[in-house]
Write a protein of this length. Structure first.
Length: 373
């Protein structure tokens, strides 16, 4: 009976190790026990095991292995654990490079053949520097689009550009008009990318070589028909934030879970149930999750739900007589010449003042005679 119990226990331990993540913990007090570490770490995840070896590190410090289950993001868990203080000690956390030694069993394990005994071939994931893909995303069937789904657009006079700042997208039409390119059409492509359509190839060449235009973009290139933005700017609804944490810093930290905060919904003094934040993210799946917020030792459950993709409202160029890009350049040149002519004519109209030999203005004696008869 005891032999069967040992096998059952070892089987449960092996199953737990497959679905758990182990974190290497250090820099805690010498009198800290496994129970103490369990308590402080359990607020940041589901702890199933804490092991503190008797030996110490090369620096003479104690260390421990804390095992968690249901870990969706190991990097985020480790960053949260690094915020823990135990007395005067600031906890240090890192991914465990070596697992806790397995307990010895009475039954000799049978060698496992190198082949797959189940007959089901698992997909092989090769990370080539791009975003990591989960098994679920790989196993989803792809949707193949044939030629009947494609459209040919004339992008000969179109330019694509990535702006450095989110705030400049809405004002882009006005900014380009101020640089002398009035007859342009701006289209939003997603993320920080836009496409500008110009009237002619000559205007496009001037646009690409214009120093002022280049200052408003991080990158400029010819429009590509197979382009799709890798980032998204979306509105996310946040609920469950406590009243004393209702600050911009809080929502900025929450947005860092998925990307970068770019805009906050205008605040209302009578609404603290939810907050809408606009973030720039490269996450492909829609944001929909619950997460813990720990404020002064208290745990709160917050909820995030993606609402819709942000879309710009391009500001219109102020009403005035608009010309083509070539005509605009000629008008600017004529205006400069006109200003120069006005300066020269003004110098001819003003006559020189004549002074007599004694330094008196000519005609002063007539004024004297007028007053003294």
């Amino acid at each position: 009976m005891g032999f069967r119990f040992q096998n059952s226990l070892q089987s449960k331990i092996d199953q737990t190790s497959k679905i758990s993540k182990s974190v290497f913990i250090s820099n805690f007090p010498d009198d800290c026990s496994s129970r103490d570490l369990w308590k402080v770490c359990n607020g940041y995840g589901t702890v199933v095991d804490v092991f503190i070896p008797n030996k110490r590190s090369k620096a003479g410090k104690r260390f421990a292995f804390v095992r968690f289950i249901n870990v969706l993001n190991l990097d985020r868990l480790i960053e949260n654990l690094k915020t823990i203080w135990i007395g005067r000690f600031h906890l240090s956390a890192n991914p465990a490079r070596f697992e806790r030694p397995k307990a010895s069993t009475f039954q000799k394990e049978k060698p496992v053949p190198s082949g797959n005994v189940t007959g089901f071939k698992q997909p092989i994931v090769q990370n080539q520097g791009g975003p990591k893909e989960s098994y679920s995303s790989i196993l989803k069937p792809s949707l193949v689009l044939d030629d009947s789904c494609l459209v040919n657009r004339d992008l000969t006079n179109c330019v694509m550009g990535e702006v450095p700042q989110f705030s400049s997208i809405n004002n882009l039409q006005v900014l380009l008009s101020n640089e002398g390119f009035h007859n342009t059409h701006v289209v939003y492509l997603g993320g920080l990318w836009v496409m500008i359509e110009l009237k002619s190839s000559k205007s496009k060449s001037k646009f690409m070589e214009h120093v002022g235009v280049a200052s408003w973009f991080r990158r400029l290139c010819n429009a590509q028909s197979d382009f799709a933005a890798k980032e998204r700017i979306v509105w996310v609804d946040i609920e469950g934030v406590p009243l004393n944490a209702w600050t911009r810093s809080t929502f900025q930290k929450i947005s860092s879970k998925w990307g970068e905060l770019v805009e906050l919904e205008d605040g209302y003094d009578d609404l603290f149930a939810r907050k809408r934040i606009c973030i720039k993210t490269s996450q492909t799946e829609n944001i929909l999750e619950s997460f813990k917020l720990i404020v002064k030792g208290k745990v709160f459950w917050a909820r995030a739900k993606e609402l819709f993709v942000w879309s710009p409202s391009f500001k219109d160029v102020p009403e005035k007589e608009l010309f083509s890009d070539d005509e605009s350049a000629k008008i600017n040149e004529q205006a400069n010449n006109l200003n120069n002519d006005e300066v020269e004519n003004a110098s001819e109209v003003v006559s020189d003042t004549y002074f007599g030999d004694n330094g008196e203005v000519q005609g002063f004696e007539h004024i004297y005679d007028f007053f003294h008869g």
